[in-house]
Design a protein around this ligand. Sequence first.
Ligand code: FRU
Length: 493
Amino acid sequence: MISEKLQRAREFEDQYMHFLDEQRPRFHVTGGIGWINDPNGFSVYKGEYHLFFQYHPYSTHWGPMHWGHVKTRDFIRWERLPVALAPDSDMDRDGCFSGSAIELPDGRHLLMYTGVCKVRRADGAVEEIQNQCIAVGDGVNYEKYEKNPVLDVSDLPEGGSELDFRDPKLWREDGCYWSVMSNLSPDGSADILLYRSQDALKWEFVKKIESCHNEYGRMWECPEFFPLDGKQVLLTCPMEMAPIGLEFHSGFGTLCLIGTYDHKKQEFTRESVQAIDYGLDFYATQTVETTDGRVVMVAWMQNWATSTSQSRGEQLFGSLTLPRELSIRDGRLIQNPVRELDNYHGRRTSYENVLVESEANLAGISGRVLDMTLSIRPADENGYRAFRLRLAKDGEHVAVIRYKPGRNTLRIDRTRSGGRFDIVHVRDFLVRPQDGALKLRVVMDRYSVELFVNDGEQAATFRLYSPESAQSISFEAEGGAVLLDVEKFELDV
Ligand code: FRU
């Protein structure tokens, strides 16, 4: 049965989304209209990849959360499907928060998400309770389970808070369903809780598999827990991070823990800690295991701290990142654009061994929808002080990526990229060059830059606010010269 609320959201989207097609990026997921945040329910269903997202179609601001819905066969071209969930039941009347999805053996598609409802306490205070709910469907329409919630305060370990208990991530292993989710812990930070079920409907608490202990932020959002290249990975997004060197900045962060997992004892042993993305606009990851065995990750290409940067009259806010293939190399998380992007490579322009000193353009190297790889190395033994790649440039605008080999730092700076709000525009992070040589891959899709350093060893994502007509790209070396190789593809999507 389709509720009035869901029907209304579907009709609203249907009525207006076509007017916004001119504003959309070419191959990144956006909502039909209005606001989106986290990706949800990234899953294989009947051979296609389904992806949902936190959605408020009625304005460009966060509001009562629905689940928007798209699907794809190749992660580049997406087909929009009707809104999947609306906050229309007792258990989720104030929001269908983030969650995940899985295909059931009987051919149905199951969604597990956080239902939010406000309750008035005896003392008059209004609090928001979070619990876990299920909806089952056919890839288009979903029916909420009559026994929702399937997990509530009674399923929490001692001291856990029902006010922050959210973002279940499902998987199937050894004939059981498993789910991890995050919970505000008694020490004011976060625990990652593990639950088990035989049928994905009736769940039992197993144990805490990780805890923040106030070390990396406080509450952790959107946990992801999966095997990768012989290791086990826990991704999560901490709130209220304190900065740690140039690895973690303050505010809403991203955290990747790599370790091992004892499947019998359900014990995760942490071995290394790193940020997931070093840019400005990246939060709330979701992964899927593809039909050919890759782990592909997507995230919200925004951040809560920067999400107020909206000009008057905007009708579309928020998009998801380009899906990225994950792997582990030398104990670090490696991210690269999905290989399907190569199928959309159009006109190629390339140069080898270009000597770069003062700022220069190269014929054919410009644009805002492209996939470009640069290799830079010192031109001689004297080295160089800095290298600058300028993107999305015109007389007024520019986004700068600056590398300083002496300090091994990369800086992204979009101060002059059209933003008119007092949000963070600059980020520095450490990279690992080899003998002053660095490889950068830049994927641009009109209003975004996704940067991959040294074959995916690090990624940095940021949005641009400049007009698409700012297309120029230039190269500059300071305090010496570099030799540059460039290969640029236009993207025909
Ligand atoms: C992360 C998050 C999730 C929550 C959702 C609400 O960005 O805060 O923890 O489920 O967004 O929209």
